[in-house]
Structures are given as C-alpha cells and as structure tokens.
Design a protein around this ligand. Structure first.
Ligand code: 3H9
Length: 686
C-alpha cells in the first residue's frame, strides 16, 4: 500500500495505490489522515486531488478485516478529517467508488468522475449498512428518496445519473488526473460549498418512511440489512448529524458481527475465488470469439441467448429447417420477454437476434471456436452429434456437452480431439441462471478447462468445477432433497407443510411446488434409468403420480391440483390418498418447520460431504455456490455447507443420527464425522 503526494503548483495530488481495489485497510486509513495533516500544514497548497492508481477508485472498506476487531483510525474519523481539512479536497473517481470509498468521497468538498465510473453503497449486499456516514451524508446531498434507493438496494449508479442527482459535481472526459487538477485549480479560487455534515436533509412528504418501509421489506424478505439501512436513513432525516452518525455506527457494528453478514461475506469471497481456481493458475485459456449451440429447445435457446448477450456471434443448429425456425423463435421469445420487462430495448433485442444465424447445415460451423451441444439426454443421440462435429469443426475447436446426467467422458468417446472436450452444464433458464458447472473428462486439456472458466467470466456466470458422477454436484444433491421431502411426507407431513417450512427457511419455493413447476416427468425418466442400473431411488409417491400422468402444472396436477389458468397450488385429495396408502406401516411424527428443514437440509449436507470427499467438488464453498446460484438457496444463509459449519458440525451429525435411527435419513458419512471432529469441512482436504 502506498499513498504518494505530488505537488502540481498549488494543487496537491494524493494518489492511493492499494491493489487490487484500493480497499481501505488500516494502513490506508492512517495514510489518509496523515495526508490531511501534512497538506493542512502546507501553506503553498490551495486544493487537493484524491485519485487512485489501478483499475478503480477506493472500492470500500477492506472486507477481509471484518472478522477482526476494528483498528483505529476508524473510517468515520478519516472521513471527518478530510471533511474538516483546511483545503478543499476533490475526489477524482474512476472505476468504482463503493461503500467506504464513496463515504470518503462524500467527505471531500467536491467529486468529479469519468463517464464510465460507478458509485454506490453496496453494504446491504454484505449484510451490513454503511458505517462511515453513508446513510447520514448521502440524504443531505441527494435527498432522502434517491438515498433510500441507493442504500437499500446496494446497486451502484453510473456517473451520468450521479451527476443528475448531484452526487458528483462534474463528469470529466479525457485524462482524469489532468481534468481533476484543472477542476481543483478552479475551485481553489472560490469558496467551497458547506461540508455535507452542516447541511440538513430535505423534508419528505407524509407517509414517505412508512411506504419506503413496506417496499423495502417486501424486497428484502428475510435479509435484515436493507430495513436497518432504511432506519438509519430515517434517523438521519429526523435527528442531528452527530446522533445520526452514532446510530449508524452502532447498527453497522452490530450487523458486522451478525450471522447474515458472515454468510454474505463468505459468498462474496467464494464467488471471487470461484473465478480463479488455484489449480489453473498460470494456464492461459483459449480465445473464444464465436460460438455455436446444437439444439434450439428451451436449454439450447437459453444458452444461445447467454452467449449472444456476452457479445459473441452465435450459430444455432437444429436437425431440419422447421425445427431451426422453432429454435430461433425460442430465442426471440427470450428477448421479447426481456423487452417487455424493460431489461433491454427493442433495438438491442433486434441487434442480438441479428447476431444469431440458424441452420440445419453443420457446414456453418467450419470456423467456430466453441460448440455447445444441448440436444436430448440420450447417449447415442449425443454421440452422433459429436461424430458429425468432429468431421466439420476446426481441429482446434472446443467442443462441449450440456448434459446434466450423462457421463461426458462416455459422450466424448469417438471425438477426434478428446483433449478439447468438456462438460458445460448450464441451469435453466440458461440466459439468467448464474451457475455453470464445468465438468472436465479425464482427457480434457488444462487450457480447455481454463477456457470453461474464462467463458463463465465472459458470460457473467459463476463457474464451479464438478467431477463426473450421476448429476454432478447440483443434481446429485437435488435427488437427496427430493427423496428426503418424500420421507418427511410419509411420516406425517403434507406437501403444503413441507413447502411452507422450506420457504420459512428462506428458499423461494418448496420442493413440491418446484417439482410441479419444472415437471415431474424428467426426474421419473432419470429414476427409470437409475433402476436400469440396479439403483433404487426412493420416490414411492412421485412414481405413483407419474403413473397417473400427474406431471405438475403442465398437466393440471402434480403434488397439488391447479385450476386452468391459475398457478396457485391447491391441496389434492388424490395425492393425500396416495400418501396415506404409502405411509402405512411407517412411523409417524409431529413435524414443525425447523424439524422439516433439518430433515431435508442436513441429509443434503451429508451427501455434499461425500461429494467433497470423492473430490467431485473441490471446496465446500463451491457446493454453496452451486446451491445458491443453481437452486435458489438463500444467499444470506451462505449455502448449505456454510450453514452447517455455522450451526456446528457436531450438532449436524447428532441430528442426522437421530433421523437415521428413525429410518428417515442415511446415517452421517464417515467424512462428515471427521469434518465434525475438526469443526470445518476444509479439514477433509488436509
Ligand atoms: C464498506 O465499505 C463498509 C463501509 O461502509 C464502512 C466501514 C467502516 N475488500 O471483484 P473482483 C478483492 S463494505 C477486500 O474480482 P472486479 C476480491 O476478493 C465494502 N477485498 O474485481 C478479489 O480478490 P482476489 C463495500 C476486496 O474488477 C479482488 O479484490 N464495497 C474488496 O471484477 C478483485 O475483486 C464493496 O462491497 C473489498 N472491499 O470488480 C465492493 N473488493 O483477486 C466489493 C474486492 O484475491 N467489490 N476485493 O480473488 C466489488 O464490487 C468489486 O471487487 C469491484 C471490482 C467492482 C470493486
């Protein structure tokens, strides 16, 4: 970390260099306080420019320090010292001014930014609220309504919007340092605006805070931070500056130590670590400048849209002209949906569609860098596709299968360059879902694996390396979830009580509602294949529902009944009767929400531990990312493995033993017992 001060005539330029993102470590905080003292004492200096080296302005407090006791100087004092400096400070912003970084900028008398800069207070995304005056100064500067939006959503603003709101004083084209020095030279000649802390928050209309509370509560669901941030903003508008600062700091410190903040921090670092797996350090991925998708069904169309959204030209191949048109219509429907929801404009949708060529001629693939197969889940069909691809694609093209259950190694048999082959498992809807399971075969070359990770980065997805087994990481755990949900049903619960319990835990949907939405037939097809392999999947009720063609919403009934045109699930007498018949002879229990959640989640953790032990997943945090980004596991719980560790693995083992004794789950695996002894999953890799 360095902070250098250079004098340019009467302007001092303070340059912060603390890679990678200029986070406000203790050393940087101290250096800023020292810089204020030094420049206050220098009579030749008339104004100060605060600028950062590297890719960004200060991106916030150093999140890695949050698990430790705060060290002085504390950030509110750093901001206060800049605000009360004798010379006007000008924050010169490029990249991102986030969290504590924006709070430092709010301490400056002026803020200028390049057009590409973004500014925000993302603290709620980390389970905390701004802790250095963000909730107190921001409403004084831009008014309570805009401050509520910015602070409770945590989403950043672009420089143009920030200028409109008065958050920045000028948007500078050209070289930022030169422009900021010129700006500082000009403002040094005039009197500075009063410090933000001396201003008052503009008044709000009647009911403003009550309405904001309703809106924020509806969005936040069970996340604590957004409502606490709103309370701090309200305090800032109803009391004096010092009391509001005290209130904000107390809330910040309380939330910093909370379970939700620990979980969200865990996910923050896990997501970043996922993009750079240490085992691929130093390996250069191949360039991907064009892509193709084989198969234009729901999955293939979603993948094509995801590739196109990342700016790649895409070829979509189907087996004949009629199906090609259907595939293109599927992609068009995705874009029209986005236009309807205001995510993109019609002209963007048109431009994206224009970049997708549909056809039934594999000859179109002669110059494509990456081809992703997304056809029917049948080994012979997939192998036939790759046989054709091997004969038409460039010998150095990367070939990928989107299979969700088949063995990519078996699919790749017969391709001419198996080292260029890998599994890329997208999740539906592929244009939105963030998870990408990357499944190398034994023969996949390291740079091809690295290409999978680079592709994920390009598509804005979260990549997780998965080993080959039935269902890889996510769907293998899903099978346990479903079997457990049925076990709970057969021992005294109902589909509605199970679904409600899982929603109460924080999932967007319960397991039965989710099956009705996605359709029960795909899982039935997989169970059939498993039985052919002499496995014995547990699904007595689901099997009977499928036998009478209750496949879910699409057939008017599954685990629930549905009225035509109404997606609201209604308890079904047919299903209740089947459950009662299948439950005969099984021990019955009285279930509450917590017991249901345990009986479903902790066996998932047990299975996930086997997955870890078998090296199908390399890190527990990767499993958390799979569940969060592929299956809607609540982010603020940190994923199932973080949840289990935070709860205590010894307790997890004890609950599983209790369930196993009643025949309600498999007993805890040996690896889970070992992890419990150490208190953490990382011990399994040691
Ligand atoms: C806060 O400020 C609280 C205050 O209100 C109150 C205090 C009293 N700390 O994302 P990237 C690391 S809360 C520590 O891949 P990009 C990251 O782990 C904070 N480390 O880069 C990664 O490490 P590695 C509010 C951090 O270019 C590396 O930097 N601020 C921090 O795609 C590169 O990160 C935020 O929440 C941090 N604050 O995106 C901002 N940030 O290389 C969070 C990053 O070892 N950060 N790292 O894997 C971001 O949103 C993005 O990093 C950013 C750059 C947009 C800045």
């Amino acid at each position: 970390m360095t902070v250098t001060i250079v004098r340019e005539d009467a302007i001092a330029v303070v340059t912060v260099e603390n890679p990678p993102v200029n986070a406000l470590s203790q050393a940087l905080r101290q250096a800023l306080v020292d810089a204020v003292a030094e420049l206050d004492a220098d009579a030749a200096v008339k104004a100060v420019v605060l600028i950062c080296a590297g890719r960004t302005f200060i991106a916030g407090a150093d999140v890695s320090e949050f698990g430790k006791p705060p060290q002085p100087p504390h950030l509110p004092d750093v901001v206060a010292s800049i605000e009360s400096a004798k010379k006007p400070w000008v924050a010169a912003i490029h990249g991102s001014a986030l969290g504590g970084g924006l709070e430092v900028a709010l301490g400056c008398a002026w803020r200028v930014a390049v057009p590409s800069a973004s500014l925000g207070l993302p603290e709620v995304k980390l389970g905390i609220i701004p802790g250095a005056g963000g909730t107190v100064r921001l409403p004084r500067l831009i008014g309570p309504a805009a401050a509520v939006d910015l602070v409770t959503s945590g989403s950043p603003l672009g420089a143009k919007k920030a200028r409109e709101l008065g958050l920045v004083d000028a948007v500078l084209e050209g070289d930022l340092r030169t422009g900021a020095i010129a700006f500082a030279t000009e403002v040094a000649e005039k009197s500075s605006p009063p410090p933000i802390s001396d201003r008052v928050v503009p008044a709000v209309g009647a009911g403003f805070w009550e309405n904001a509370e309703k809106a924020v509560a509806a969005k936040a669901k069970r996340e604590v931070a957004p409502l606490r941030a709103l309370a701090a903003l309200r305090k800032a508008s109803e009391t004096d500056f010092a009391s509001a600062m005290e209130f904000e700091r107390e809330t910040f410190l309380e939330l910093r130590g909370s379970a939700q903040a620990a979980a969200l921090r865990h996910v923050f670092f896990a997501e970043r670590a996922a993009l750079r797996p240490p085992e691929l350090a130093g390996i250069t991925p191949r360039d991907i400048r064009s892509a193709a998708v084989i198969g234009g069904g729901t999955m293939g169309a979603g993948i094509a849209a995801a590739l196109r959204d990342a700016g790649l030209p895409v070829v979509l191949i189907e087996r004949d002209k009629v199906v090609v048109e259907r595939g293109l219509a599927n992609v068009r429907a995705i874009y029209q949906g986005s236009v309807k929801r205001g995510r993109i404009t019609q002209s963007v949708a048109d431009e994206r569609m224009a970049g997708i060529i549909g056809g039934d001629d594999y000859g179109l693939l002669g110059d494509t860098d990456l081809v992703i197969e997304a056809v029917f889940e049948d080994l012979a069909v997939k192998r036939a596709v790759f046989e054709k691809l091997s004969s038409v694609c460039r010998p150095d093209a990367v070939l990928a299968t989107n299979t969700s259950y088949l063995d990519p190694g078996a699919i790749s048999e017969g391709v001419s360059h198996p080292e260029l082959f890998l599994g890329l498992h997208f999740f539906s809807p592929a244009q939105f879902m963030k998870l990408l399971e990357i499944v190398p075969t034994k023969r996949t070359a390291p740079e091809v694996l690295a290409t999978g990770f680079a592709l994920a980065r390009l598509l804005g997805k979260v990549p997780v390396r998965a080993g080959i087994c039935d269902g890889f990481i996510g769907n293998r755990i899903l099978k346990v979830t479903r079997a457990q949900a049925e076990r709970v049903l057969l021992s005294g619960a109902t589909p509605s009580t199970v679904d409600a319990a899982m929603r109460a835990f924080g999932l967007p949907m319960g397991p039965f509602e989710a099956q009705d939405l996605g359709g029960l037939d795909i899982a039935a097809f997989q169970r059939k294949a498993a039985r052919e392999r002499c496995e014995a999947p547990f699904a007595p009720v689901a099997d009977r529902l499928c036998a009478i063609e209750r496949f879910g919403q699409k057939t008017g009934g599954g685990w629930y009944d549905y009225q035509p045109g109404d997606r609201a699930p209604k308890p079904s007498e047919t299903v209740a009767k089947i459950i009662a018949e299948e439950a005969v002879g099984r021990p019955q229990r009285v279930w509450d929400d917590a017991a249901i959640a345990d009986a479903i989640l902790l066996p998932m953790v047990n299975e996930a531990t086997c997955i870890l032990e078998e090296r199908v997943a390399l890190r527990a945090a990767d499993i958390d990312l799979v569940k969060i980004h592929g299956y809607g596991f609540p982010r603020w719980r940190g994923g199932p493995m973080h949840y289990a560790e935070a709860r205590g693995l010894t307790e997890v083992v004890a609950v599983l033993e209790g369930l196993a004794a009643d025949g309600l789950a498999e007993p805890p695996c040996e690896a889970l017992r070992r992890a419990a002894q150490a208190g953490r999953f990382s011990a399994l890799a040691e």
